[in-house]
Ligand binder design. Structure first.
Ligand code: FEO
Length: 397
């Protein structure tokens, strides 16, 4: 990829990873991703803001060499975040530009020393709010912990009013356009990214948005996905996602081995729709976990559906419950439905796997073998209860 100009002497030199389909060996990437890195050519000093995934180091270095005006020289490497998709090429950059200093906060320095074995003499540590002059350009550092790790920070280029936000406001979207081109598509991918990466940190994000809003920002340049030349687009979307607003949606994450649980799910879904409740069912043997995570952002209720396997829930249901538990959506209600043959602890196990969540657990519906009339009646009562609980959100659907 060639470097792309954001403004005079400010270049995007990162890498698009069109083919990557899995992140952290967990998160599906239907649209690939990018590792954005930015070169700021000040009148006296040159800074590189974040690097790229270590698998793409050679592309970053090639981009820097081709962009080199003046001759390729890096004085500072700004590390906004220690995760390797942004920091992993720092050792290669230091090998190529041995006089460069890694500029970051004390906590990030510790992570970089642990993860990448970068030695103490390479670092220049900065404090929250501190500035660094590049001559005619000034970088200002603002600590924004927990977007995504505890050390995360953003860098603000004062003269050009550009916020380099790293993971914050990012999206896993490889796109030929440097700036947002298709707002609908970018917001969908940014919501997916928020759901998978940021949702557990809603409270921290609120504080960090307030901090960012004290700055006069004209461009947000994240380290994944397109840049925003209308910053309100993504800031307002984040404000909505982190708000307490819930939608009249039930997420049903289920797995069924011999159709008993599926019959229950089908019956419940039909009944909920008939009662005016929105439903998003996810068959866990087929679903994209990113789609499931996205649905959790606004859903008022989550239902886990599982058969009983070896005296417990199906492993796919345990996985889904653990994921919900880890992502900490603002969901208010949950329950469990499913079937068993001769006993087991499926309900207790799923309940325990949701123990991070502050929600009301509705009465589970579990049946022996194939669901019968009394089981369908119990599902009808559950649908009535959910519809009643969802009344405050009905207008949102
Ligand atoms: Fe894109 Fe938390 O790394």
């Amino acid at each position: 990829m060639i470097a792309q100009e954001i403004a005079p002497k400010i270049l995007s030199v990162g890498v698009k990873d069109w083919d990557r389909r899995l992140f952290d060996e967990l998160i599906p990437l239907p649209d690939g991703t990018t590792y954005n890195s930015y070169l700021i050519l000040g009148s006296e000093k040159t800074a590189l803001i974040d690097t790229v995934d270590p698998t793409k180091s050679h592309e970053l270095i090639s981009n820097l060499e081709r962009a080199g005006a003046p001759a390729p020289r890096i004085d500072y490497v700004i590390a906004n975040h220690a995760e390797q998709d942004h920091s992993g090429s720092i050792p290669d950059i230091l090998a190529r530009f041995p006089n460069a200093k890694v500029v970051t906060n004390e906590k990030c320095k510790g992570f970089l020393a642990d993860l990448l074995l970068i030695k103490n003499e390479h670092f220049l540590t900065i404090q929250d709010g501190e500035s660094l002059s590049l001559g005619d350009k000034t970088l200002e550092f603002h600590f924004t912990p927990w977007v995504h790790w505890p050390e995360t920070m953003v860098t603000y280029l004062k003269e050009n009013k550009i916020l380099f936000s790293c993971d914050f406001f990012g999206s896993h979207l490889a796109d030929s356009h440097l700036f947002v081109h298709d707002e609908y598509k970018v917001l969908a991918d940014a919501k997916r990214y928020y759901a998978e990466i940021m949702m557990p940190f809603r409270v921290a994000i609120k504080k960090n948005i307030e901090k960012v809003e004290t700055l006069d920002v004209k461009i947000i340049a994240p380290s994944h996905g397109p840049l925003y030349d209308k910053p309100r687009l993504i800031i307002d979307a984040y404000k909505d996602w982190i708000s307490d607003r819930l939608e009249n949606i039930v997420v049903v994450a289920y797995v069924s081995m011999h159709d008993s649980t599926r019959h229950m799910v089908d019956h419940l879904v039909d009944r909920l729709i008939a009662k005016g409740v929105g439903v998003k069912p996810f068959n866990l043997t087929r679903t994209d976990l990113g789609d499931l995570a996205m649905a959790l952002v606004d859903a008022a209720t989550v239902i886990i559906g599982t058969p009983t396997v070896l005296a417990g829930p199906h492993p796919a249901a345990v996985y889904a419950a653990s994921l919900v538990n880890a992502l900490k959506p603002k969901t208010k209600y949950a329950t469990i439905i499913g079937s068993y043959g001769w006993g087991g602890k499926a309900v207790e196990t799923i309940k325990n796997n949701l123990n991070n969540l502050k929600l009301e657990l509705l009465e589970p519906v579990f049946c022996k073998g194939h669901p019968q009339e009394q089981d369908f009646l119990a599902l009808d009562r559950l649908a009535d209860e959910i519809a009643d609980r969802h009344k405050p959100f009905m207008r949102e659907f």
